[in-house]
Design a protein around this ligand. Structure first.
Ligand code: DX5
Ligand code: ZN
Length: 220
């Protein structure tokens, strides 16, 4: 199966939180196809961000962006539907909390949304291996989730390669996303390891020419 084209999904976490619609509009204006929305509960991660109403209102203003919603929640099963109703087109949740992951993957698709499973840096690739045939996306965290602006963890590259190898061997076509410290230097390393979907918060919003940054991702 040929490699999927690279997609940039700028993280709104690095936008201006009193003007999130303007930050999301900057993502669209730069030509990025996706918008990454980090949802935190102050429990699974030690931080808080925004809820379904914020996502719904942003979606109304930016209907053409693909909403990639990353749930960092201890109980994602209680909130996934609210985010789908708000306009999420992909909902990813973590493998670490105890819940029926397969049931939630199935339910997200049944609600007409793409699904994804996320691994923290300390979680081995094997944890998601049984689910690979049933996902639209695997997200490998390249920092400990909770905050933007952290340093990329190069020791995650082997995990990316491992999951990409399973994908090839099995002829699967889920997307392989990376999140945390991704920039023009680390992004190409992730691409070489097999990633095709790149979350970038700080690197996108601080880029001197955001449209050029989006275009460059195609060359990673
Ligand atoms: C971290 C979030 C990331 C974050 C990435 O918990 O999941 O999406 O916004 O930010 P940068 O790109 O600044 O590392
Ligand atoms: Zn994220």
């Amino acid at each position: 199966m040929p490699a999927l084209p690279s997609i940039l999904t700028p993280s709104l976490l690095a936008g201006q939180h009193t003007r999130l619609a303007e930050s999301a509009a900057q993502v669209a204006a730069a030509g990025a196809p996706w918008l990454h929305l980090d949802i935190m509960d102050g429990h699974f991660v030690p931080n808080l961000t925004f809820g379904p109403q914020m996502v719904a209102e942003l979606k109304r203003e930016l209907p053409d962006l693909f909403f990639d919603v990353h749930l960092m929640l201890s109980e994602p099963q209680n909130y996934a539907e609210a985010f789908i109703n708000a306009g999420a087109q992909l909902v990813s949740f973590h493998i670490e909390p105890t819940l029926d992951h397969r049931a939630l993957l199935t339910r997200i698709r049944a609600l007409g949304c793409q699904n994804g499973l996320v691994l923290n840096p300390g979680t081995p690739a094997e944890a998601v291996e049984p689910y690979l045939a049933d996902v639209d996306l695997i997200l490998v965290m390249t920092v400990q989730p909770g905050f933007g602006g952290q340093s990329f963890r190069r020791d995650m590259l082997a995990k990316i390669s491992r999951i990409d190898a399973w994908r090839r061997e099995r002829g699967l076509n889920f997307r392989l996303e990376v999140d945390g410290g991704v920039d023009a230097r680390t992004g190409p390393e992730c691409r070489a390891a097999g990633a095709d979907t790149f979350v970038a918060g700080t690197a996108f919003f601080k880029a001197p020419d955001r449209a050029a940054f989006v275009r460059d991702v195609a060359t990673w």
